[in-house]
Ligand binder design. Structure first.
Ligand SMILES: [Zn+2]
Length: 184
């Protein structure tokens, strides 16, 4: 387990990092199977406190033709569908994701009632490796702390970076709004 470089909005708990590392490494290992079917290079999963999987989903922006189909949003949507609710907070659920959430997903996580977020590759590295625009980042970790949402980041990043690099090496789509183009 690697504790160096872990960022968190509470004193770092090694047991939480160990559990999250195991789950995120599993997500990264499954990621190439998702991208081979047209998914974007990010996977997220929702687990309960006891470690039971509730929902897992990859990014489906391109194959789902929807700009907000990020892995976190898809996993939260699946969990809410499965549990039949728009408010996950009574279930004390934790979100694990292979890369740091973007500004949209931070908002989505906040609205969902998710209790804790554990993420892999930091946004800066995602942008350097892939060219995705992760967007504006407010001081979200503090804002989440004020709402009782635990945040841990930079978990198993080395393995996560390799998976992102593989996505690039395979020549897969780096989707973004082509603002300079005009159809009409
Ligand atoms: Zn996102």
């Amino acid at each position: 387990m690697v504790l160096a470089g872990i960022v968190a909005n509470e004193p770092v708990d090694a047991a939480k990092v160990a559990k999250a590392e195991k789950i995120i490494l599993g997500l990264q290992a499954r990621l190439p199977a998702y991208t081979a079917k047209g998914a974007g290079p990010f996977v997220a999963a929702v687990y309960d406190r006891q470690g039971n999987l509730v929902a897992e989903a990859a990014n489906s922006v391109v194959n789902g033709r929807c700009s907000h189909n990020h892995a976190e949003m898809n996993a939260i949507h699946l969990a809410e569908e499965k549990l039949g609710t728009y408010d996950l907070s009574p279930y004390h659920l934790h979100l694990y994701v292979t890369a740091e959430p973007c500004v949209m997903c931070m908002g989505g996580i906040m609205w969902s009632g998710i209790e804790a977020v554990y993420s892999g590759v930091p946004s800066k590295r995602v942008e350097e490796i892939t060219g995705f625009d992760e967007g504006y980042k407010p001081d979200w970790q503090q804002a989440f702390r004020e709402r009782g949402i635990t945040v841990y980041g930079n978990i198993a990043s080395e393995a996560g970076e390799k998976v992102l690099q593989r996505y690039m090496d395979e020549g897969r789509t780096v989707y973004k709004p082509e603002r300079s183009q005009s159809i009409l």
